[in-house]
Design a protein around this ligand. Structure first.
Ligand SMILES: [Zn+2]
Length: 415
């Protein structure tokens, strides 16, 4: 069978699969046994609120997926991309990097024009409807403008860098891309809190007081060094709560959303931080980076092989591997590959989350706060309490709220 046919089949299966998953996710798990278990910790109203929030924008999200599908298909399976590149080449007098840049910008613009109304609907209209967003329209415009600007700037630099590697290192790029993306990932994890976070948020060091003392003693008992603890003004944007660690070694910083501090007791905040410390002590970030570097390495070989095969068959319109018009083909392969590896990544992530939960329990020896945190977080974020098991396996990064509560209930401390 021709590669074009195989790709077309996978491409259609991918969209059908995503529709099936959407349907299952809409349905959720309707077993009455689960329902009774949830009612031990939550009310019927909590369940209903989670269902409503997870179902919000159901048809819009299907429409968006279909549009995305059509655009990707148009670029890969029609001569459109090659014709666009030819036209740009003529306009730029065959200047390679300017052609790459213009092609990338046009490609991004087309996707942007399609996605903006959906971003507005999901990020502004629905978030307001469910009482999360506190942004004014102007706030939303500024926030979205900044993220898009940053995305286009980063994407353009990325596209030019990739084109350069593909063209200059036609034999060795398969080794260079994983190494460079590894270094880039590490650099970004250092720069993110210093450069990117301040673009979107205001934050300041946590006030002196009993919470700070508890945080310091928690870090001491976990034997991890922390440079400072910051409070981020998420409440300006939404009611969602979160806490995370960034940086490496002694430059490690803790960021707490002010929403977390407003809605939770000090013991509950300590429980959340205990979980975050668990991610560090189990080296989850390093494991993720190592696996994704290996994945990128394998992907480079797969993409290169598939490109050569498709080009030699001639059924898909392709120029050189480094030509900008090859970009949509590469994205399609990456997206197909991503659909296949997604459940593996989600399963690994759920495993890590359970490890971090265990660490939180060991560090705090406080089941009660762990469980009350889970209950509050689920209520505050309108979590779906009865998600469909297939959806959990395929795409959830965390175990369900009920699974996490039951894990804590059953956990036995070593004497
Ligand atoms: Zn976690």
């Amino acid at each position: 069978m021709q590669l074009k046919t195989v790709l077309l089949v996978f491409y259609v299966i991918q969209i059908l699969f995503s529709l099936v998953m959407k349907y299952l996710s809409y349905q959720g798990d309707v077993s009455s046994e689960l329902h009774d278990q949830i009612l031990k910790y939550f009310t019927q109203e909590d369940i209903q609120k989670g269902i409503e929030y997870s179902r919000g924008g159901f048809f819009a999200s299907i429409l968006f997926d279909l549009l995305d599908f059509v655009i990707a298909g148009l670029f890969v399976f029609s001569p459109f991309a090659v014709r666009l590149e030819d036209a740009l080449q003529k306009k730029t007098g065959n200047r390679f990097y300017i052609t790459v840049l213009l092609f990338f910008l046009i490609y991004s613009m087309i996707q942007l024009i399609v996605s903006i109304p959906f971003q507005y609907y999901f990020g502004f209209v629905l978030e307001h409807q469910f009482g999360f967003s506190k942004m004014t329209f102007l706030d939303w415009m500024v926030y979205t403008g900044k993220s898009l600007g940053l995305g286009i700037l980063g994407g353009s630099i990325g596209a030019l860098g990739i084109a350069f590697l593909f063209k200059k290192f036609q034999k060795t790029w398969k080794f260079l891309v994983p190494i460079i993306s590894l270094l880039f990932g590490l650099l970004l994890s250092i720069l993110f809190p210093i450069v990117i976070t301040p673009l979107f948020y205001e934050y300041q060091p946590i006030e002196e007081g009993s919470l700070k003392k508890k945080i310091v003693s928690l870090c001491e008992s976990a034997k991890i060094q922390v440079e400072n603890v910051y409070v981020i003004n998420e409440s300006k944007y939404s009611g969602h709560t979160n806490a995370y660690f960034t940086g490496w070694g002694e430059h490690r910083k803790i960021f707490l959303y002010d929403t977390l501090i407003q809605n939770h007791s000090e013991e509950e905040i300590i429980s959340v931080l205990g979980h975050e410390i668990g991610h560090w002590t189990h080296n989850h970030q390093i494991i993720d980076i190592a696996i994704s570097t290996l994945e990128i390495f394998l992907l480079c070989f797969a993409v290169s092989f598939l490109f050569q095969k498709a080009k030699s068959e001639g059924a898909i319109h392709l120029k050189e591997f480094y030509s900008p018009s090859s970009l949509p083909f590469l994205f399609l392969i990456l997206s197909l590959f991503g659909s296949l590896t997604k459940p593996v990544w989600s399963t690994l992530s759920r495993f890590h989350e359970t490890q971090a939960d265990r660490e939180a329990l060991i560090l705090t020896k406080d089941k009660k706060s762990f469980i009350s945190t889970e209950i509050k977080l689920a209520k505050d974020n309108r979590s779906r309490l009865n998600p469909h098991p297939a959806e959990v396996i395929y795409s959830h990064s965390h175990p369900t709220t009920l699974e996490r509560i039951r894990f804590a209930e059953k956990y036995e401390f070593l004497k």
